[in-house]
Design a protein around this ligand. Structure first.
Ligand code: COA
Ligand code: MG
Length: 299
């Protein structure tokens, strides 16, 4: 799977025209045009038309555009899915995935309708059953026919369903985040952290971004434009990480190290597994730099 930065993944309600216009100028790596929880039932058909039109109009540059549909078993799900497939987004985000069948049945429709090759499936993990089944859900990624690329934590739904609280560094939620994360990694998928509701609290937001990054998340889902820049900062490799990674790559390129499994760089033990990590850091940093060149002016 191609490595691409998914640091900042911004939700916007599919019936909010202003937000969709604004999003075309925000430095978010990805945008989720939402037809599900942020759209009231009476507005669902209208929102569906609006997101299809937004995708047709384009103008999203290098940002990945993802369409979140309603679950297939809802009155809107099937119409959303068909509209999404025809609109050719980068991905379709399936809400409340609780078992592998939710991915497999959606993937069947995607294949049967001849969806664009680029359209991947993303899965929301946001129910207790989704957490318990996260391994089997992530395992759908092993079959390329399922097109599964990314798991997205839905922490608000998890708090609702579990009755847990998100206080004290989210200690109640961390096991579920970590389970989803290792399930994703076991099958080569990306994984994106849940949202931070108090969008005026930048200090708390940054701390939660750091928390997610420390857990291993690729990025964070966002609800407001003000969260994009701090999120990008936290989830980008730092200058120190990039320069250290380059040192590791160069050290292993030395002829005397060509056959070595372990070497010393600046007094620290470095193994070949660190070389793999270093290459990923540099690839992500390059992709971020390339993006900012294409997208300029971002702001
Ligand atoms: N994406 C893009 N633009 C957004 C945005 C978003 N998620 N949220 C707000 N904006 C825009 C507004 O349209 C407004 O634009 P304007 O200056 O051109 O008028 C500007 O940013 C400032 O918005 P602000 O007044 O601070 O926020 P608000 O009170 O209008 O909206 C929310 C607050 C939380 C309702 C809104 O941010 C939102 O709908 N977020 C997404 C919610 C969502 O999708 N949830 C589902 C997943 S959890
Ligand atoms: Mg949800």
């Amino acid at each position: 799977m191609a490595i691409r930065p998914r640091r900042s993944v911004l939700y916007l309600p599919g019936d909010n025209e202003r937000a969709m216009d604004k999003a075309r100028k925000l430095p978010a790596d990805a945008l989720i045009l939402d037809l599900e929880d942020s759209v009231a039932p009476d507005n669902k058909p209208k929102a569906r038309e609006m997101v299809v039109e937004a995708l047709r109009a384009g103008g999203f540059g290098a940002r990945e555009v993802i369409l979140r549909v309603n679950a297939l078993e809802t009155p809107w799900g099937m119409a959303d899915l068909h509209a999404a497939i025809a609109a050719e987004p980068d991905a379709i985000l399936i809400p409340k995935v609780s078992q592998p069948g939710d991915i497999i049945s959606t993937a069947k429709v995607v294949r049967a309708t001849g969806a664009a090759e680029k359209t991947r499936l993303w899965a929301m993990i946001e129910t207790p059953m989704g957490i318990i089944s996260s391994r089997e859900i992530a395992a759908c990624g092993a079959d390329p026919e399922n097109r599964l690329a990314c798991l997205v934590l839905g922490t608000n739904d998890l708090l609702k369903e579990s009755r847990a609280r998100a206080t004290n560094n989210r200690f109640a939620v961390v096991p579920w985040l970590a389970m989803t994360l290792v399930a994703a990694r076991a099958y080569g998928l990306d994984v994106i952290d849940g949202v931070y509701n108090d969008f005026k609290d930048e200090t708390g937001f940054r701390a939660e971004c750091e928390h997610g990054r420390t857990l291993g998340m690729d990025g964070k889902t966002l609800i407001h434009p003000s969260q994009v820049e701090p999120c990008n900062q936290v989830f980008s490799p730092t200058d120190e990480e990039v320069s250290w990674s380059i040192k590791i790559i160069k050290a292993f390129e030395q002829p005397e190290n060509a056959k070595k499994g372990v070497i010393t760089v600046e007094g620290k033990m470095v193994e070949r597994l660190h070389l793999v990590m270093a290459k990923r850091v540099v690839t992500i940093a390059d992709a971020i730099n390339a993006k900012s060149r294409i997208e300029e002016p971002w702001f």
